[in-house]
Design a binder for this molecule. Structure first.
Ligand SMILES: [Zn+2]
Length: 413
């Protein structure tokens, strides 16, 4: 077993928590700055550090680059040009993120080529496609996690728009009622997201007041209205506040996950989660952020199909819960041990993987007598060339392990 302890890269975005990540890593709280994300991966923008048992340090990007076939396996390396195809993160959202969607593989390749040809530097603030690849993602709650994701069934949205009783919204409710499907949603979303500022300044205060009344009256859509108010408080003149009326309002419990394929419009609100995504930074934003917003480009990629978002709880498989998706770049599984549970599980060596301990204490060991202890917040890299290892909880506490690998659909090719 190659023992490569990873140290995640902390991303200090303003929406981050000052307690979650430092507490996970055993540092004093609150931290001086918000800490929003902890990246475990080989993204060139911020690769994880590799701490070797001989005391030397490098990055996971350098480790992979030095021997892509050995580290990733020939098949994975060939498929993704020598790059680790996934990125594992801890998300610690204290405040809402931006409203965003990600491109499909074809859209990403086309957008990347277009922006390269236009000579926009890859690290420029107005660059939409710094990477030529898609960015599907899956987010799995560690605490209660709140999000807006995917367009709600338009029939329900019509009921919501009528229930909050705003004269300014009446004609939009009727527009959607006359076309309660993807085309109607496209028309309404496009209208709202491109409203002139003067029209927004008239409509938004009216909508926010109506939401206050609906919350006070404990109306059917009080949770949705509370979220709109939360967004409106920070961004009172932003069209994204209106767009939030169209999306599913989700509360995930610990262990529940949602998969966000290309084109899914989403916004994370609050909570701690493990996120796995394809190793790409292609984000198209339509508002609720000081970052670069590109509405026309966003409209090219948004998928207006609608309905409830499936909530994944993980399929039982060999003692783990596996969050299966159609994505070849990644797969996430979760293993939980109760306090009296000393089960031993075998992790086969079928590809490159990152193991992240999110609770308790674990012991990894192999037939050659190599042992690694993994405490809460710690993670290891296992190259494809590594043989199978076994893992079990130690101590008296509950323990939890997340395992990030490439998608099963690729492993079985
Ligand atoms: Zn996203």
């Amino acid at each position: 077993m190659t023992v490569e302890l990873l140290q995640g890269a902390v991303r200090a975005y303003a929406w981050g928590s000052r307690t979650t990540i430092p507490e996970l890593l055993g540092r004093p709280v609150p931290s001086p700055h918000p800490e929003a994300e902890l990246w475990f991966g080989a993204h060139p923008g911020d690769p994880a550090r590799v701490l070797r048992s001989d005391g030397t340090e490098t990055t996971l990007l350098e480790v992979v680059d030095a021997d892509p076939d050995g580290q990733l396996g020939a098949r994975c390396s060939g498929r993704w040009g020598g790059r680790l195809p996934f990125l594992l993160k801890i998300l610690a959202a204290e405040e809402p993120l931006s409203m965003q969607a990600h491109p499909s593989a074809e859209q990403a390749a086309e957008g990347y080529a277009r922006e390269e040809a236009a000579g926009i530097p890859r690290d420029a603030a107005n660059r939409n496609y710094p990477d030529p690849t898609a960015k599907p993602e899956l987010v799995c709650a560690l605490t209660e996690f709140h999000a807006l994701a995917g367009f709600r069934d338009p029939h329900r949205t019509v009921r919501l728009l009528r229930a909050i009783e705003t004269p300014g919204l009446a004609r939009y409710a009727e527009l959607l009622a006359g076309q309660p499907g993807p085309d109607g949603l496209r028309a309404l979303f496009t209208t709202w997201i491109t409203l002139p500022q003067s029209a927004l300044d008239e409509l938004l205060p009216e909508v926010l007041e109506a939401c206050v009344r609906h919350v006070q009256d404990r109306g059917e859509f009080a949770a949705e209205c509370r979220t709109v108010l939360e967004l409106g408080e920070v961004h009172p003149r932003d069209a994204g506040v209106l767009a939030a009326l169209l999306l599913n309002r989700l509360t995930l419990r610990a262990g529940e996950a949602i998969y966000l394929p290309a084109g899914n419009l989403h916004l994370y609100l609050h909570g701690t989660a493990v996120e796995i995504l394809a190793n790409s930074d292609n984000i198209l934003r339509c508002g609720l952020t000081p970052k670069h917003v590109d509405v026309p480009e966003l409209l090219r990629v948004v998928d207006f199909r609608c309905g409830d978002m499936p909530v994944l709880t993980g399929e039982p498989d060999g003692g783990a819960a596996v969050y299966r998706t159609e994505t070849p770049e990644f797969e996430l599984s979760r293993i939980d041990w109760d306090s009296d549970d000393r089960r031993e599980l075998e992790l086969d060596g079928s590809g490159p993987e990152i193991l992240l301990c999110t609770a308790g204490e674990l012991l990894l060991y192999d037939d050659e007598g190599t042992k690694v202890e993994l405490r809460r917040g710690e993670s290891v890299w296992r190259p494809a060339s590594d043989p199978a290892v076994r893992v079990r909880a130690v101590g008296e506490h509950t323990a939890q392990l997340f395992r990030a690998t490439v998608g099963t659909c690729l492993q079985e090719l």
